[in-house]
Unconditional design. Structure first.
Length: 240
C-alpha cells in the first residue's frame, strides 16, 4: 500500500472491518470464550481483591457482557466502564450495570483513573494502536494493570516493511511486557509513555491476522527523541 492510499482515522471507523458488530459480543468473564481465558487473568477475582470500590475500563467492549457480569458480583461502589465504537446491540441490563459508552477509543478519554484496563483483541481494529496504548498508560491508577492483545505483524514502516520488532522494543523500553506466545501486552502502574513513532494512517485491507479474522495494518514513521528523524523512515523497518 502506498502512503497516499493509507486511510485516516475518521474514514477507517466507517469501514466494516472496524465498525464490526461481532467483537466481544458473547465473551463473558469465565469459560471457553472468556476474558479470563484470553487475558490469563480473572478480572473479577483480580478486582475483588483490590478495594471496596475497584475500577475497570474495558476498551472495545462490544456488548459489555463481561462488565455486566462483574457489575452484579462486585461491591456497589465499583466503577465499570466499557467503550466501543458500535456499543451494545441488545438491551442493557438494569442496575447494577456498567457504564457503556459508544465512542471511538481513539478520541475518547476518561475523567478518572482505573485499577484495571483491558482491550481484548480490540487493537487489531484500531489504526493508531501505539497512540492508544500510550494514552491508556496514563489512565491507570497507582499500581493499576493494563492488559491488551497486540499483533506486532500489524505494524509497518512508511514503505510497508515490517516494523513490529521495533515497536515491541520501544514498548518494552517504556515499561510494557510482551508475551509473544499469547500476543499480549501488560503494563503495571500509571506513567507517561512517549513512543518514538508518528502515526501515518491505516490499511483496512491488511487481511487476516493471527486470530484468523480480518484486521487493520498500522503505518508509522520513526521519530527521534529530539524531533523528527532525518532519515527516510526506513530505519523503523525490522532487520531480518
Amino acid at each position: 500500500m502506498t502512503m497516499s492510499e493509507l486511510v485516516p482515522a475518521a474514514d477507517l471507523e466507517r469501514l466494516a472491518v472496524v465498525a464490526n458488530n461481532t467483537m466481544n459480543r458473547e465473551r463473558g468473564l469465565n469459560g471457553v470464550n472468556s476474558y479470563a481465558r484470553e487475558l490469563g487473568l480473572d478480572p473479577l477475582r483480580h478486582l475483588a481483591g483490590l478495594s471496596p470500590a475497584p475500577s475497570w475500563l474495558d476498551l472495545c467492549s462490544g456488548e459489555g457482557r463481561a462488565l455486566c457480569e462483574a457489575a452484579s458480583a462486585l461491591p456497589a461502589g465499583a466503577v465499570l466502564t466499557g467503550v466501543d465504537l458500535v456499543g451494545p446491540l441488545g438491551a442493557v441490563p438494569g442496575p447494577p450495570a456498567p457504564e457503556l459508552v459508544v465512542a471511538s477509543v481513539t478520541r475518547w478519554a476518561p475523567d478518572r483513573t482505573y485499577d484495571l484496563i483491558t482491550c481484548v483483541h480490540g487493537l487489531h481494529y484500531v489504526g493508531d494502536q501505539l497512540g492508544l496504548l500510550s494514552r491508556a498508560a496514563s489512565w491507570l491508577a497507582p499500581g493499576g494493570l493494563l492488559l491488551a492483545h497486540f499483533d506486532p505483524d500489524s505494524v509497518r514502516g512508511p514503505d510497508g516493511a515490517p516494523a513490529g520488532r521495533a515497536a515491541v522494543r520501544a514498548l518494552r523500553a517504556a515499561g510494557f511486557r510482551y508475551s509473544a506466545r499469547h500476543h499480549r501486552l501488560s503494563l503495571r502502574g500509571a506513567r507517561e509513555v512517549r513512543l518514538p513513532f508518528r502515526y501515518l494512517g491505516a490499511d483496512p485491507a491488511a487481511g487476516p491476522n493471527y486470530t484468523g479474522q480480518p484486521a487493520v495494518g498500522s503505518y508509522y514513521s520513526s521519530v527521534a527523541a529530539d524531533g523528527p528523524s532525518k532519515g527516510t523512515g526506513t530505519e523503523l523497518a525490522d532487520s531480518r
